[in-house]
Design a protein around this ligand. Structure first.
Ligand SMILES: Cc1cc2nc3c(=O)[nH]c(=O)nc-3n(C[C@H](O)[C@H](O)[C@H](O)COP(=O)(O)OP(=O)(O)OC[C@H]3O[C@@H](n4cnc5c(N)ncnc54)[C@H](O)[C@@H]3O)c2cc1C
Length: 715
């Protein structure tokens, strides 16, 4: 805690202490007010302005410090100043006091709460940003919610101060008026509880919930509005129609079939989508060939004098296709048909919220369903760089058809796909230049991660060009050249093939979304709510087409929610759980992550501690010749709570699984440390990093006493 916070806390504590020590509370009772009423009134008659100022200051101090007595003060306002002036003064004083309490809570506790509740607080903040004013209004309108509690709790959120002040003032007005009015009849009041009759309280509750109910009603009506131009079929052919047979679509239909729903899956190209045909599977296959060649080059390190690796580029690329073919049966039409899914091979077009037109080889047919799940994936982004259209560029879609080894390859993009493919092609004997606009590769990861990967790339001979912005492609005397901007200077990079790997765009056009009016997000993905629902409550989306993540495992994860909500949403809807999302980039060294890294923690102002273990020290890594990389764990300062883990090194994508489980089930590093890890394995790195954390949190004082005990025992 900073010194300014400590001072403020001490001041508040002192006021609190004084209030109770000197029993100032007895001035704020009904009896005192009644007995002092005439004295106060005569003072007000003598010095009206001063009376208002003193009253307001006391009111602000009591509410600002969250001291008991605000209700009595409000009654006093009515008794002394009358309904109109009383309401006006109390309205401003209570809102100012509330805002001071709100700001104090924010200043004192927001950071601490952020550290403790991290990602959960983020979700609350997002909710507050969207509908916080609404909820605050409800809370203010219903005087059964304690005034001081609302001030303090709202201070812990990101609600804007002005929103808090203005909504509070308007929301509290009715309650204030009731109390002030009661104050004008002070003599008739015996207790505070009598002021609000059950009927009046009921009316406030109704009034408070009215805006919420109205909002819900508007939402329902808006949801219904989207259907107004369409006639809902009386009967449906299916419970669900799924568009797209990639990871998202396959899992959606698998789950639907497993719970005995009638589901039709439509795929226009190849079952398995990107992951199987042009993404994860072929990229991992080519990575393996590259790894083998890279290991062969290091044979001397393993005591093998000479290891000659001869290969044909085209044969390596053929093997990639063999791997795809071997995995393909997992995602095939036959397998899914056996599972109970009706698979149609053809292009789908949504023609109404319940109907899909399918163009198959046999013709066009229209099928219907209660719900539709859009799982149409994404495609490589092709940037509008002048001259690109005159060049036969490659993307992750068509690079797999290369059979002739390019001499020089330009890889545009330093993200995961660009890095995996740049390293693989380089290892396959292609002279690779990797161009990245940002100051480092893998910008989403921490600087130390980028540094390790970049150093390895450079060591292996990749020409890594950072802070280079592609400006134009030209062809001069048959040579393809990229003109890039580097610190204001023009740089020319000559190449034979260019591979574009600068992001992916969701497939949202050409199959009815525009005509229907399915809303898109700012990122041009299909806009979904927390339940995977689009603006049509019976149309859902999942996977790359909706994001926010673009991984096979997140597509599958979302698919469960899309399928279950589409089928059973009438009874219960489930919000997609994004709390623990892991991923890996399969470069050498591999990079895996779950939860926060340092740069994200800093951006989100979340305090953290680091436990770092260098894999260069690990027995198995030394034996395997893979002694490099690290495990970095971020924890809540002073607490055994994992905020995030980054692992750089061999098999990090596998090693991270232990931390994914730990985070998911809220297990700390003590639990990881207390788990037996097989010797000698790479997984021991996880135990050792937990050991680093434990060592840094040794109970030093206790150990000093234990040492004394041992000394005493020795006599
Ligand atoms: C090179 C590369 C490497 C990758 N490596 C990994 C990795 O290691 N790990 C990982 O988790 N992720 C990886 N990914 C990402 C992963 O491939 C995607 O996140 C995943 O494929 C998304 O699945 P999806 O079902 O949302 O979309 P897709 O797999 O793209 O499937 C969408 C399907 O919808 C079909 N479709 C579209 N429109 C229609 C229509 N109108 N009618 C009928 N069918 C239609 C398409 O033909 C396609 O088959 C990689 C991606 C690439 C490009």
């Amino acid at each position: 805690m900073t010194s300014s916070r400590i001072i403020l806390l001490a001041l508040i504590a002192a006021f609190f202490g004084a209030f109770f020590y000197f029993d100032l509370g007895h001035y704020l009772t009904l009896d005192t007010l009644k007995t002092q009423q005439s004295a106060i009134e005569s003072y007000r008659a003598e010095s009206p302005r001063l009376a208002v100022a003193i009253y307001a200051i006391i009111y602000i101090a009591v509410t600002g410090l969250s001291l008991p007595g605000a209700a009595i003060l409000t009654l006093a306002g009515g008794a002394v100043f009358g309904v109109l002036w009383g309401t006006l003064i109390v309205s401003f004083a209570s809102s100012i006091g509330a805002t001071l309490a709100f700001l104090a809570a924010r200043f004192l506790f927001r950071d601490g709460v952020k550290v403790k509740f991290g990602s959960r607080l983020k979700a609350i903040d997002e909710g507050v940003a969207k509908e916080g004013g609404f909820y605050l209004f409800t809370l203010r309108l219903v005087p059964i919610f304690p005034f001081f509690m609302i001030n303090l709790l709202m201070g812990l959120t990101t609600m804007k101060t002005w929103t808090f002040y203005s909504v509070s003032q308007i929301g509290m007005l009715a309650g204030t008026a009731v109390y002030v009015n009661a104050g004008t009849q002070l003599a008739k009041i015996d207790s505070l509880s009598g002021i609000l009759s059950p009927a009046l309280l009921g009316s406030f509750v109704l009034l408070g919930f009215f805006p919420l109910m109205a909002k819900k009603l508007i939402n329902v009506m808006e949801a219904k509005k989207v259907y107004k131009n369409y006639k809902k079929p009386k009967k449906f052919d299916n419970n669900i129609i799924v568009i797209g047979g990639g990871a998202a679509g396959l899992v959606t239909s698998y789950i639907a079939a497993a719970v005995k729903a009638k589901v039709t899956l439509i795929e226009k190209h190849k079952m398995g989508g990107d992951c199987l045909n042009t993404g994860c599977v072929p990229s991992k296959a080519i990575i393996k060939s590259g790894q083998l060649l890279a290991t062969a080059k290091r044979s001397k390190e393993f005591g093998i004098k000479e290891m000659h690796a001869e290969f044909e580029f085209s044969e390596v690329m053929d093997r990639v296709q063999h791997v795809v073919a071997q995995v393909a049966p997992h995602d095939s039409v036959e397998r899914y048909t056996e599972l109970g899914v009706d698979v149609l091979v053809g292009a789908a077009k949504i023609i109404s919220p319940w109907e899909v037109e399918v163009k198959t080889a046999a013709g066009v047919e229209t099928i219907s369903a209660r719900s539709i799940v859009i799982a149409a994936g994404a495609r490589p982004f092709v940037p509008p760089i002048p001259g690109l259209d005159k060049i036969d560029y490659l993307t992750s879609d068509n690079v797999w058809s290369l059979r002739e080894q390019p001499k020089r390859m330009l890889v545009l993009g330093g993200g995961p796909i660009g890095c995996e493919l740049a390293q693989s092609f380089n290892r396959l004997g292609v002279q690779v230049t990797q161009v990245e606009m940002a100051p480092r590769l893998m910008m989403r990861e921490d600087v130390d991660v980028s540094e390790v990967v970049t150093a390895k790339f450079i060591k292996e001979g990749i020409d890594v060009r950072l802070e280079h912005t592609a400006k134009e492609f030209i062809v001069e005397q048959g040579e393809k050249i990229l003109i890039a901007d580097y610190s204001g200077e023009q740089v020319r990079i000559v190449f034979d093939q260019v591979l574009l790997a600068i992001g992916r765009v969701a497939n949202t056009t050409g199959y009815g979304l525009e005509e229907l009016g399915v809303q898109l997000s700012e990122r041009r993905t299909v806009e979904i709510n927390a339940f995977q629902e689009t603006n049509f409550p019976n149309i859902f989306a999942c996977g790359d087409v909706s994001g926010p993540y673009q991984f096979t495992h997140t597509a599958a994860h979302q698919a469960w929610y899309a399928s279950v909500n589409a089928l059973f949403g009438n009874f219960k809807k489930f919000k997609t759980d994004y709390s623990i999302i892991p991923w890996a980039t399969f470069t050498d060294p591999e990079v895996a992550r779950v939860g926060l890294n340092e740069q994200e923690a800093k951006e989100q102002e979340i305090a953290y501690e680091i436990s770092h273990y260098g894999i260069d020290d690990l027995d198995r890594a030394i034996a395997d010749g893979t002694a490099h990389g690290f495990v970095k764990v971020l924890t809540v300062p002073g607490k055994d709570k994992i905020l995030g883990v980054t692992i750089v090194g061999e098999h990090s994508g596998d090693l991270i699984a232990e931390f994914v489980l730990a985070m998911k089930y809220n297990l700390g590093l003590n639990k990881v440390l207390a788990t037996i890890h097989i010797y000698p394995t790479m997984a021991e790195a996880n135990k050792y990093v937990a050991g680093v954390w434990k060592k840094n949190h040794q109970p030093k004082n206790l150990l000093a006493w234990v040492e004394k005990f041992h000394t005493w025992k020795r006599g």
